[in-house]
Design a protein around this ligand. Structure first.
Ligand SMILES: [Zn+2]
Length: 376
């Protein structure tokens, strides 16, 4: 996940700010407070300090608008029973870290659509303020108008039909509801997202060479960001969806070769590894797992020591092994292997060995299931 600065909790939801947001905050404040900015135009009599203070307040309102947008996603998700880990505000808005994906198309639709609707509602409030203040306080009305406009832009941008933007999620939920295939729907939404991203990048490039170089760069960067995010979230979802509902016991293999603890390393290499029985060997006494010895353990040890060292001495003992229970989610097992940087984990019931999950097996499974699910 994005690294961020934690700023507090609202309704049990942790709020964080990515460093890129601080940059945007500064940029918005500057663009308002600057001599060329909106405030100087509205209030030429104001001092520089006055302009900066008001500019920071406008930026803070902008910040709050985006926070409310994200909060609305999180609150609806919570109401639907989805675990919400927190919100991270970053350069182009925010992300809600949900513990898992929506379980149904309807659920996803509601969680996604509420964000842009919230931005639209905030925009409408500022539009009313803008209209109400036009005569009595034209300058304040101008600021309200700006905030109405920017919230409208946030709603519109987020409704672009590119996954993982809200619009992409709404789009995906509609495709999902129609074809009842989450993976295929995600692929469609991700592809549309890529298309939208390329359009933005092309639009940015055209703007850059014609009317507005800075705006062009921004548009191009947003397109680039969307393209990457779209591809990434698709990959993530493919893994999540294909492994959904599978446990460690489901994906474990049982055709490993258990070895006794008193075997020497020379015997292990000569009789087992060289005859192609595999790269890892559970060391067992009866059914009880004592440890795991791998090709790497043999490679690390000087050859001269092989005949006199037992596998029991060379193995990684049970206490230091990463193991999982048969009921553990297959997705979690994959995460554990990634974090521990190991290629296999024993599946144990207490200390009894029930199987071994290998990274290669899981990746192969993902490939096959992806092919079947998307085509099927
Ligand atoms: Zn949103």
């Amino acid at each position: 996940m994005l690294s961020s600065i934690k700023i507090g909790k609202i309704a049990g939801i942790e709020i964080g700010v990515h460093w890129s947001w601080l940059f945007i905050f500064g940029l918005i404040t500057f663009s308002f407070a600057d001599k060329e900015g909106l405030l100087h135009e509205f209030y030429p009599e104001w001092s520089t300090a006055q302009r900066w203070v008001v500019a920071a307040i406008v930026a803070a309102i902008f910040f709050t608008s985006i926070l409310l947008h994200e909060l609305s996603h999180s609150l609806v998700a919570k109401a639907k029973g989805l675990p919400v880990k927190g919100i991270t505000l970053f350069v182009f808005g925010g992300v809600s870290n949900l513990g898992r994906e929506a379980q149904s198309a309807a659920e996803e639709f509601q969680v996604a659509i509420v964000g842009p609707l919230t931005s639209l509602a905030i925009g409408a409030l500022f539009a009313i303020l803008w209209a109400a203040l036009r005569v009595p306080a034209p300058q304040a009305s101008g600021i309200a108008g700006y905030l109405a406009f920017i919230n409208g832009v946030i709603a519109a941008f987020n409704m672009l039909p590119g996954f993982p933007l809200d619009g992409g999620r709404v789009f995906r939920s509609i495709v999902w509801a129609r074809n009842r295939n989450l993976l295929a729907a995600t692929r469609t939404a991700a592809r549309t997202g890529e298309g939208v991203a390329y359009l933005l990048m092309a639009g940015g490039a055209i703007q850059f060479v014609t009317v507005n170089p800075i705006g062009g760069v921004w548009m191009f960067l947003i397109g680039l960001f969307l393209r990457n995010a779209s591809a990434q979230s698709y990959e993530q979802l493919v893994v999540q969806t294909t492994l959904h509902g599978l446990t460690a016991a489901d994906v474990a293999r049982t055709d490993y070769t258990p070895i006794p603890p008193d075997l020497t390393m020379a015997q292990l290499v000569g009789d087992y590894m060289l005859s192609g029985h595999g790269r890892y060997y559970p060391v067992v006494a009866g059914e009880e797992l004592l440890g795991l010895v791998t090709l790497t353990d043999a490679q690390r040890m000087p050859r001269e020591a092989w005949p006199t060292t037992s596998v029991y001495k060379a193995m990684t003992p049970f206490e230091r092994l990463h193991t999982v229970s048969p009921q553990e989610d297959a997705l979690k097992v994959l995460q554990i292997m990634g974090e521990a940087d190991v290629n296999q984990v024993p599946v144990v019931d207490g200390r009894l060995l029930r199987g071994v999950v290998t990274r290669a097996d899981i990746l192969r499974l993902i490939q096959v299931r992806r092919a079947v699910a998307v085509e099927g």
